[in-house]
Design a protein around this ligand. Structure first.
Ligand SMILES: [Zn+2]
Length: 116
């Protein structure tokens, strides 16, 4: 989820320092990460508590996540499923779902025509 209120540079520094410049991973999903952020590995500033629930936009409610962890968190709940299939196949799974949807629609159409 995108932060509703952009963090200031100072807030970002605060959050990064708080986490030692590393991705804390997703303890709730038993994922440890520890990837260091650099010029090339940019942190994504993530709401720790879901914003829609906590309504908390303070910098204390942010953590710096790497892209991988952020992807897992964003695509959860159901994160358990995601973890066993690793992060990289999200696109394939999405395509698979799309194809299945198409196929179902196709079958419905065929049934209406009385071919099934
Ligand atoms: Zn990470």
């Amino acid at each position: 989820m995108k932060p509703r209120r952009a963090l200031s540079d100072g807030d970002k520094r605060f959050v990064l320092t708080k986490y030692g410049g590393r991705c804390p991973g997703l303890p709730a999903l038993a994922i440890s990460c520890g990837r260091s952020f650099t010029k090339f590995v940019r942190p994504i500033f993530d709401h720790i508590g879901q914003r829609s629930i906590t309504r908390d936009d303070s910098r204390d409610n942010y953590q710096p996540l790497c892209a991988t962890c952020n992807d897992i968190k964003t695509n959860g709940p159901g994160g358990e499923r995601r973890i066993t299939t690793a992060g990289s196949d999200a696109g394939i799974r999405k395509k698979d779902r799309r194809m299945k949807r198409k196929w179902r629609a196709h079958r419905r159409k065929m049934r209406r025509k009385g071919r099934f």
